[in-house]
Each structure stands twice: as C-alpha cells, then as structure tokens.
Design a protein around this ligand. Sequence first.
Ligand code: WT7
Length: 576
Amino acid sequence: MARAAIQKAQAGWKVSPWMRDYGEARLSFHWELARAELGGVVNMAQAVVDRHADGGLRDKVALRFLGDAGARDLTYGGLQALTGRFANALDQLGVRPGDRVFTLLGRCPELYAAVLGALKHRCIACPLFAAFGPEPVRARLGIGGGRVLVTTPELYRRKVAPIRAQLPQLEFVLLAGEAEAGPGTFALEALLRAASPDYAVRPTDPEEPALLHFTSGTTGTPKGALHVHEALVAHHATGKLALDLHADDLYWCTADPGWVTGTSYGILAPLSHGVTSLVDEGEFDAGRWLGILSDQRVSVWYTAPTAVRMLMKAGAAMARTRSYPALRLLASVGEPLAPEAVLWGEEAFGLPFHDTWWQTETGGIMIANYLAMDIRPGSMGKPLFGVEAAVLKEEPGGRLVEAAPGEEGELALRPGWPSMFRGYWNDPDRYARSFRDGWYLSGDLAKRDADGYFWFVARKDDVIKASGHLIGPFEVESALLEHPAVAEAAVIGVPDAVAFERVKAFVALKDGYAPDEDLRAELLGFGRKRLGAAVAPKEIAFLDRLPRTRSGKLLRRLLKARELGLPEGDTSTLEA
Ligand code: WT7
C-alpha cells in the first residue's frame, strides 16, 4: 500500500510516551501504567464522568447528539448531574448494587444516563439493541434476571408489553420522556426531576460486576458475558494505544451501545480520555455520514466493515466532494476488513483503515494495526502490549501447541488482561469450556505470519456475522419452530456483498403445509416480528428434511457447503 497514506496517518499521531515502536512498547508496557492514569478511581462511571467533571473538564462537551433537531451537547458537568440523578432514582426505587439494569433504547441521552447512572449505583448495566424483537429481548432479560428496564413508550408497547408476563423479576420499567406511568411502569423524566443530581459513588471493588453483554454461540440460549469495573483499565489503555485518543480529539464510534463496541468504545474509552464523542441518533446514510465526518471535524473514527462497504458502494468520488481537515485515524472492527477496503480509505479520505480484532468476551481491543507500525492490508494487526495471543493447533495426543507461521489454527489469548470476561451469567460450565491448557479459545481460526501479524481465516463454529452483529443460529431456529407450519429449521450465514453474511433459514414443513410463496412471505414476516430486523432471516428455502447426523445433530455445515457449491466434506455421520 502507498507509504504516503500510512505516513500521513502516522504524522497525525500524537506520539504517546508509552509507544514509539511496537517491539519496544511490548517490553515496556504494563497495565499499571494505564491504571495510574485513572488516578486510583475504580468505579467506571466515576472514572469517566466525575473524574473529569470535578477536574478541569466540567464545561467541556462530553457527548454531542446528532438528531433530527440538530446537535445537542451534553457537557461532562451535565453528564455528571444526569447520571447522578439516575443513580439516585434507582436508589429511591430500592434498586440495589448488583441488580441488573437493562436498557432497550436508541442512541439517545437516556441511554448514556442509564448505563453510567447504573454503574455509579454499582448495578450491572445490560444494554440491549433496540432492533431486537420481543423474543431476543425476553430471552436476555430472562437469563440476566433484569430488575429494571429503561426503554421508550413505543419500544415498550411493541417489544416488551407482549412478553412482560413472562418476566416476573422485572419490577421497574422506566419509560423515557414524559410517559404515562402505569402498574410497574414509571415516567423516567419525572423520576429524574425529583432526584438530586449529587450522587457520591460508594467505594467500588475492581472485581465488582459492571456490565453484562449478551453474545451467541452455535447452540443454546444467548450467553451473558460478565465484565467488571477493572475492565476500564483496558478500555483506557486501548483507547490510547489502538485509537490514539487525546483530549482534543473529536471522536466518532458508529457502533450502537446495544453491542459491546458501542459500550467499550462508544461510552467508556472516549469519556475516559475526556474527549468529545459524537452520537449519531440516525441510521446509516452515505451522504449524511460523510457530512458528519467533514462538518463535525471528526479526528478519530471507529467504524465497521459493513459501513465501509456501504460507503464504497456510494463511491470514493462522493467522499471526495468534501474535505476532512481534522481526520487523522480511521479504525474498524467486527468482521473481516478486506484489503480493498483498507486501500479504499486512502482513495476516499487519504488515510488507510486500521483493522482491530476483539470480541464481546475480551471486552476490549486485543489485536490492532497501530499507528506505530505499518499496516498489512487484510491483517488484523498485532497483539496489544500486555496481551499474549497465539494460533494453536492440536497435537495427535490432544495437547495444544502453537502453529508454525502461516499455519492455520485457533486464535487464543492468555487470560489475565483487565477486560477479560469473568463468566457467562449463570453458566459456569460454558465459561469453563472456553479455556484449555491455560488459554482462552476465541472460536476464530487465524494465521500468524513470520513477522507476527495475525490474519483472520473464519469462525470455527456456526455463528453468523451480519452487519457486524453476531447471531446465534439456534435462537433463530427456535423462533421459526414456533410457527405451526414448521417441523424443522436450520439457519446459516450466506455471503453478502455488503453485510458480510445474511441470515438464511432452511425449513422443513409439517404435513399438510405447502411450500409456496405465501407461506415463505408469512414465515419471513413471522421471523421479523418475533426476532426483529437485526436477527430475522432474510431468506427462506424449503427442504423436505434437514441433514442431520445419526445422533440427530443438525449439519449446518453441509447446508452451507451445498449453498456455496463447495465440497461437502466428511458426510460419514450423515443420517441415512
Ligand atoms: C467476532 C466477535 C469486536 C467487538 C464487536 C464484535 C469477528 C471481530 C474482527 C476482525 C475479522 C472479526 C470474529 C470475532 N471479528 N473483529 N477485525 N476481522 N473478524 O464482537 O459480536 O463478540 O464478535 O467478530 O469472528 O470472534 P462479537
């Protein structure tokens, strides 16, 4: 790739004393350095809000919301008062530290008030994606035992009211805006108005639970990955080392806080660095997004390959109709970032995209293309200092050993970084199964080249990545099975030019149902209504029966191979 673009990005880098050279930084880095920058403050919300509001940043804009009505600014002082009111409101309701406070909200001020206010009160914050349908909402609230849910009247009516009776633990629903109160539902505005803005955060242990983020595996229900207050040390360190955040940055993370990126890098890391962080309340629109990058003078932009591909579709010429005088770092996460996309950044913005890799479970960036080193387009980069990553393969005896350079294996991490998940909620067995021989196994297949750069190969399991969101096939199949016509369902991800993958369902019908277009449309609608647009299948194919092993296990891999016209692999266990 052109050196000029890399050098331009590197020239903008505000060299942090921690890191001038990757190799050198690996030797000198220690988590204590990051911890020390938090000034001994442990509680996440206290560290990212009160530390600045009580320090020199009271009047600085923390969050700038871009909505239909234009821009609305919330200062660090304003955010302190708002989160203080929320924490006091929880206290007055009798909500206790450790209770789970869920949000089902768009990217609005109430979301930030609720997540950070819950953290101040030492509750466990669980943000849900607003595009989930009633079924994913029910499953997650049920597993996490949510006692409080903050949502809007509209989302409540469509997604929560139909399932509320199945959630006996859900005592308090707080409705944003001037909502009508009812049994078990409260108007959030009124509660906040009545509460004091002053809230003194009680001493918080670094190992106290802070965040519960749901993610999916191939089988079973969604898994709640639990993170503790100590995780902020990693958010802070990676905000600096991978995203090069400095107090004068105008930062934009496009991820929704209903997923881990939007929390770790949309709320915690930027506020921890005292930057002004943009929140776009709307959905993707190429022209509008380019306008935001230009008009708001964004300097550091963290986005996802799906968004990059959508901008690529609109064309580099469109991007070049504007100028981006402040832009100095483009970064991406969530799915494979193709070399063409890295290079396209250069064509459109004069800067390459820097890929980063991590997971809900890792809580923060683990592998990245740092400004201090040259990008290899298509590579995820190198491990964070303080993180040991490896590509492992199994020896004939079953022992895990490191694969040779260029050889494929499972991407694994040595446990011990601050934002490592501390468990799957109420599921110690699943947590234990994530570790082997002293390694955390990521479920991703990867390679490491001779120079230490990591390259993504594929997922090892059947989870689907659509528009950067991880989708568990079992959750989709279970919803489809509730339709009276469906006897069996198998769900896979098929390649998609924009979203990386899209959800496709194979359905076998019960006797008496005809596989026609009406039923196909009905099942698509059924899926959307239950699961929401983010999770529902986009395509349905009818089969007489689904391929299973003799022991009855669904062979999604075989469906996928057939779909892609690839060799079917070992089918010796296929049911006759
Ligand atoms: C999975 C984790 C990272 C926070 C948001 C997603 C895939 C992530 C990359 C990348 C290729 C990537 C992996 C990973 N993934 N980053 N740079 N290149 N694949 O968190 O929903 O838990 O998903 O996303 O498969 O395991 P998540």
